[in-house]
Ligand binder design. Structure first.
Ligand code: PMP
Length: 454
């Protein structure tokens, strides 16, 4: 590949590349930022700007950029056997080793992996296989999934339907049938005079109401992100997930944790369900499984579900060409080895996350910030017009983008969803880099307040 100058690349991009989750006309005018290199917690763009990536790419570069070991693992596997499928009664050694490793790492008896290329496909997989699980047990009518409004489970027809993003449902005729949603647990706006713990129970009991409304004999599963990421890092009260678990058990509704963001250390535990203390029957994972170095997702099933699928399920009419791709599996194994050998998640829990929480709380004192929420290594600053009130800006979403651009001017990448500034740095971030993050974020908040005349 011959290298081209930045302007030419931007023109070619505008002419030939449709960007996901973007207004492509506006983007073409503005010109895309072209990233060229990454090292640790930093990335560099084609203009030579060094940026502190406090969003780990897209919630995924958990071990940080530039780890040569992952490239070497990929290269070794590509040279030895670049590809083979898992369809023709075959598989490869990295695929087997990864399935066994995931069985060991995930909590409880989530002992069975089905591999995909992405988190969205993992959620498609669970929709089909869970419905199949009930159908082969003579309960084909037990096929309804309940998710949450504003939840995010990916972009495929099933993923976007399980999710509750209204803007996504508007495009392409979604949701597909037999998927229902309950309101998300977001105390900041919805909690009124209740304590967070009281509100957590109330929000969870919306699931019971919905199950009773639909009939327990019709409800196959409940799916949720332990922490709702894309909508703005909604961290549920401690009481929420245990109550959801109790309700699922009571009505024999399978509990699905979408751990695409929370998995592989994001909360300071290996999985978000461990952080909140509940046991899923099914779990979907992606992103941090390879730290984003190569695409890979998986659905993990417990012994009960996998047992039925294996013993009574017949041929599984489901699978991707690249299910269990050996190169992706080899990279995932190396990524997990690094997470384990370097005790990255333990260090986060004991040292990094408490310090990050302290500095994040300091940002919470800024006059623009209504709530600074954080759980382990994931958080958000909710920007509000009046710090004393729990309410959004009248024109919701008008301020987040301004603050994101101000952060970029400081050399800091934060994501904005509506008016929440989202934080999800590489897990290897140091104290000094957290201090840098704090200084830059504070300056970005100051610049935003000045832009608003506050
Ligand atoms: N589930 C959750 C919770 C996610 O955050 C995402 C992606 N951000 C997905 C699923 C979809 O994963 P992918 O983009 O790999 O398809």
């Amino acid at each position: 590949m011959d290298h081209l100058d930045t302007r030419t690349l931007q023109q070619l991009d505008a002419a030939h590349h449709l960007h996901p989750f973007n207004d492509n006309a506006a983007l073409a005018k503005r010109g895309t930022r072209i990233l060229t290199r990454g090292e640790g917690c930093y990335v560099w763009d084609a203009e030579g700007n060094q940026l502190l990536d406090a969003f780990a790419g897209l919630w995924c570069v958990n071990i940080g950029y530039g780890r040569k070991e992952l490239g070497e693992a990929a290269s070794k596997q590509m040279t030895q056997l670049a590809y083979y499928n898992s369809f023709f009664q075959c598989t490869t050694e990295p695929t087997i080793q990864l399935a066994a490793k995931l069985a060991e790492l995930t909590p409880g008896d989530l002992n069975h992996a089905f591999f995909t290329n992405s988190g969205s496909e993992a959620n498609d997989t669970i929709l089909r296989l869970v419905r199949h699980f009930w159908a082969v047990q003579d309960q084909p009518q037990k096929n309804i999934f309940i998710g949450r409004h504003d939840g995010y489970h990916g972009t495929t027809m099933a993923g976007a339907s399980l999710g509750g993003m209204k803007g996504m449902h508007k495009q392409g005729g979604l949701p597909i049938p037999d998927i229902h949603h309950i309101d998300p647990p977001f105390w900041f706006i919805d909690g009124g005079e209740l304590s967070e713990d009281e509100y957590g129970l109330l929000a969870a009991r919306r699931l019971e109401d919905k199950i009773l409304e639909l009939g327990p004999e019709r409800v196959a599963a409940f799916i949720g992100e332990p922490i709702m990421g894309a909508i703005g890092v909604y961290i549920p009260p401690r009481t929420y997930w245990p109550e959801i678990e109790r309700i699922c058990r009571k009505y024999d509704v399978l509990l699905v944790a979408d751990e695409v963001i929370c998995g592989f250390g994001r909360t300071g535990e290996w999985f978000g369900s461990q952080y909140f203390g509940f046991q899923p029957d099914v779990m979907t994972i992606a992103k941090g499984i390879t730290s984003g170095y190569i695409p890979l997702g998986a659905a993990m099933f417990n012994d009960r579900v996998a047992g039925v699928l294996k013993e009574q399920g017949g041929e599984l009419a489901h699978g991707c060409t690249y299910s269990g791709h050996p190169v992706c599996a080899a990279v995932a194994l190396e990524n997990i080895r690094i997470l384990q050998d370097e005790r990255i998640i333990e260090t986060c829990k004991a040292q990094t996350a408490p310090y990050l929480a302290q500095r994040w709380a300091e940002l919470g004192e800024h006059r623009l910030v209504g709530q600074a929420r954080i759980a382990g290594m994931v958080g958000a600053l909710e920007l509000v017009p009046d710090k004393r009130k729990r309410a959004f800006f009248p024109e919701r979403g008008s301020v987040g983008g301004v603050c994101r651009d101000n952060a970029l001017k400081q050399g800091l990448i934060l994501r904005a969803t509506w008016d929440a500034m989202l934080l999800s740095p590489p897990l290897i971030i140091t104290r000094a880099q957290i201090d840098e993050l704090f200084e830059k974020a504070w300056k970005a908040l100051e610049a935003t307040a000045a832009d608003l005349g506050i």
